[in-house]
Design a protein around this ligand. Sequence first.
Ligand SMILES: [Zn+2]
Ligand SMILES: [Zn+2]
Ligand SMILES: [Zn+2]
Ligand SMILES: [Zn+2]
Ligand SMILES: [Zn+2]
Ligand SMILES: [Zn+2]
Length: 365
Amino acid sequence: MKMSSKLTIALSFVIIISSGAVLYAQSLTCAQCGNSITSGSYVSVDGKVFHPEHFRCAYCGRKIESVQYNKHNGYYYHPEHYEQFIAPRCAVCGQAILGQYVEYEGKKYHKDHYEEQIALKCSYCGLPINGQYSITFWGETYHDYHEGRAVKCDYCQRYISDEGTAGGIKYEDGRNICGICLTSVINDDNVARHLFEEVKKELRQYRIDIQWDEIGLYLVDRNYIAGLSNETRVIEKQTGFTYHRFETIRGTVRNKKFDIYILRGMPEMEFISTAAHELMHVWLYLNAPYDMDKMMSEGSANYASYLVLKKRTLFRAKYLIDNLEKDRDIIYGDGYRRIKRLVRAKRVNGWLDIITEKERLPSGY
Ligand SMILES: [Zn+2]
Ligand SMILES: [Zn+2]
Ligand SMILES: [Zn+2]
Ligand SMILES: [Zn+2]
Ligand SMILES: [Zn+2]
Ligand SMILES: [Zn+2]
């Protein structure tokens, strides 16, 4: 999300007084009493002149004799009276603000106190934010100028930094992953299989019953998936792939084989989401028209991800749902949104009935 922080930097006046000897006293009139200045000296301020005894502090009414004075709203003050009674107060420390100050959301601050205590900080570089910034789904704020210069985590879109994400690494296949996402990654085949079976069970609750027991499951890297898929368009985002082979003997399907490939080293929630997506493809191969429109199959597969994610309370599940909702892809994103509309109107049962009978999405959804 793009944001901007608005603040004003202003200066409270401290002015050095000027005084001089009178050469042509008859031409000068005191701005306070209106009489001409005929004695030896006068005070000259802002193009006005005063009898020295008439240049007075607006707070105490006494003469300002020091070489310094403060000006505020057209009035002059002794520096000590200005500081004690007139000067704006810093909303952090309560002390008078005499130099540069920052005004933010109706309050004034010493510049340093504003930057230390109030200013938004960039979660990447730690410096205060003044101006354009972005806020992530997780709540981090970043200076816009890091965009394209700092490395982002492929799994949460945070910038990778020691302070912000406890570091991170780059996988051999080029994926970048931060220290936060690394804490839940799935690299172990047994853990993967266990989660996979769980997702399969969960989908059954929605009548998405995958009646096929031997589904191969392999954790692989991105290059491997790229090699399996002839789709180059979305390979950056592709986290899984379902391989299927139907052997037909004299016109009838005799042997079916399914292998699911999922990226190794993804956070658990991404693994679960991908498993649901790929399992939905298996269900479609087993139950739906083979030539199904891609928007309908990918939209349905993404909707299966949504079904397992929405039951989970971790914030990462919300993040992944948000990614599904905002996906601009015309197949995956639009397909998902159309299936979502369909389910809203016809419930899960209506959706499954339609995708088992029709090759493309009915109009109106
Ligand atoms: Zn006067
Ligand atoms: Zn005074
Ligand atoms: Zn302060
Ligand atoms: Zn920054
Ligand atoms: Zn991350
Ligand atoms: Zn898919």
